[in-house]
Design a protein around this ligand. Structure first.
Ligand code: SAM
Length: 465
């Protein structure tokens, strides 16, 4: 049996750079695990390292051995190996090995690699193309390189298009407001407006809101809103979320709570109809510029939902199976931007970031087990725990948190209790009054009072500032 070299031994032999490692590898060529162990632990290679033995390993049947060989060839940054790597990039049977070969060519940062990388832009694997782009961007502003890269804005693959857009076509957005990212307007702070959200948002400048969490009406499944058709309902939501998008700050989040719904049958001669709201809404949101981030499943106890299982329990006939729906979706989106999350975080004072850190015991999975909340006045209220998690995970202290479909105002109250500001809109006067009954008495001394405004009073308050 071969005894493996320790990491320290490999390090020592590599520093000597005199080909001993190559000799050892040749002696053990028949053992993939032995060769791999050395290749994986070579780490940074000194300038005088003798790597002439590496290309021999490219005949190995093991994808892993070829992958690590290519990786180490790249570390040598010796243009003598360019043609070897090019051959691998063009002909290897394993995609990961080909990608690594292109990446290695790029990492050499050698002008002699330019033509090879340009050739790789034609590759059928979009990840190979992205690696070639990465390698070429080192030479950005070289006219030939720019002329090869810019046309890829029309590439078939979306990842390729996105990289080229960011590098060559994204312009610094002209901001209409000079307001700092972490701040918002006085007239939005802890305000509830009674009216149609579409009309209300029209009065609000772009980039005012830090986070939106909402549960829209469930088409015609509940009593509070009626739409002439499912299509009209989706178009209504499209209008709302377009305005939410405009008024959301750069790179910030929207979380939409929905679930497929069932509309009961007209009579025994008809069947009931199910509407997959989250799936139908998703394409609208993406098209208007919301980037999909995550799907979180809200899981409720089975005893808390309507039982659809009674018939099947009796007859047990296939096709008639009806599971009890114990989940809803929390679809997480981010307002599309070229900026990374780090940019958003850096807009806050160090102290605010520190105070907003999420404590131990946070939910680590995308299945959130939370009991639903039943309310005597409103038939579809958020549980406080759901709002708490969303507010803590997706906003900073002092942020403005928005719910366009305010209902009983759960999000507002929770946001306030967590040191955030809130803005709510609600069309139904009954629920607007209900919110008042909650909030009237909870203004502690010194805290910002909640304002309840009609649309016209809200517009007046904007003009006064
Ligand atoms: C599912 S409920 C939201 C309940 C809320 N999440 C809570 O915790 O109480 C949807 C709410 O949206 C309101 N609504 C419907 N259409 C609206 C519109 N055009 N503008 C503002 N609110 C609207 C309804 O009256 C209803 O109260």
């Amino acid at each position: 049996m071969n005894t493996m070299l320790t990491k320290e031994e490999i390090k020592e032999l590599k520093i000597n750079g005199n080909g001993i490692i190559g000799k050892i590898v040749r002696e053990h060529k028949s053992s993939n695990s032995y060769v791999l162990h050395i290749l994986e632990h070579l780490g940074h290679l000194p300038k005088n390292f003798d790597g002439t033995w590496l290309p021999e390993l490219l005949d190995s049947k093991s994808n892993q051995v070829r992958f690590w060989t290519v990786k180490n060839l790249g570390k040598l940054t010796d243009d003598e190996f360019l043609q070897t790597l090019k051959k691998v990039a063009l002909t290897d049977s394993d995609t990961n090995v080909r990608r690594e070969a292109v990446s290695s060519i790029g990492r050499m940062r050698n002008p002699k690699a330019k033509n090879i990388l340009i050739e790789m832009l034609q590759d059928a694997d979009p990840k190979v193309v992205c690696q070639a782009i990465r390698g070429l961007l080192v030479f950005k502003e070289d006219e030939k390189i720019d002329n090869s890269l810019k046309p890829l804005i029309n590439h078939e693959n979306e990842m390729v298009r996105a990289v080229i857009y960011k590098e060559y076509f994204a312009k610094e957005k002209q901001k209409t407001t000079q307001q700092p990212h972490a701040e918002t307007h006085e007239y939005l702070k802890n305000v509830v407006v009674n009216g149609d959200v579409r009309e209300i948002l029209r009065n609000i400048p772009e980039e005012s809101i830090h986070l939106t969490f909402t549960s829209p009406p469930y088409y015609n499944a509940r009593d509070y809103s009626i739409y002439p058709s499912y299509q009209a309902y989706l178009e209504f939501l499209e209008e709302v979320f377009k305005e939410v998008h405009r008024t959301t700050k750069e790179g910030r989040f929207l979380i939409v709570n929905t679930s497929p719904i069932i509309i009961a049958r007209m009579s025994r001669a008809h069947s009931s109809k199910r509407y997959p709201i989250p799936f139908d809404l998703h394409p609208y949101l993406v098209k208007m510029g919301w980037e999909f981030i995550d799907d979180i499943v809200w899981l409720k106890p089975e005893a808390s939902v309507k039982n659809r299982n009674a018939g099947f329990l009796q007859h047990r006939k296939p096709l008639g199976y009806k599971p009890n729906a114990i989940t809803e979706y929390l679809m997480v989106y981010r307002k599309q931007t070229e900026k990374l999350l780090d940019w958003n975080i850096k807009q806050y004072r160090w102290q605010t970031v520190k105070e907003s850190k999420v404590a131990d015991g946070y939910e680590t999975s995308n299945v959130w087990r939370i009991d639903p909340k039943f309310d005597k006045v409103h038939s579809a209220v958020f549980p406080v725990e759901l709002c708490k998690r969303i507010v803590e995970y997706y906003s900073f202290k002092g942020d403005l948190v928005f719910d366009p479909f305010g209902g009983s105002g759960t999000l507002g109250r929770t946001a306030k209790s967590l040191g955030r500001l809130f803005f709510l809109t609600e069309v139904d006067e009954k629920y607007f009054e209900y919110m008042k009954s909650f909030m009237r008495n909870n203004t502690l001394f010194g805290e910002r009072a909640t304002k309840f405004l009609s649309l016209s009073d809200f517009i007046k308050s904007i003009k006064q500032q």
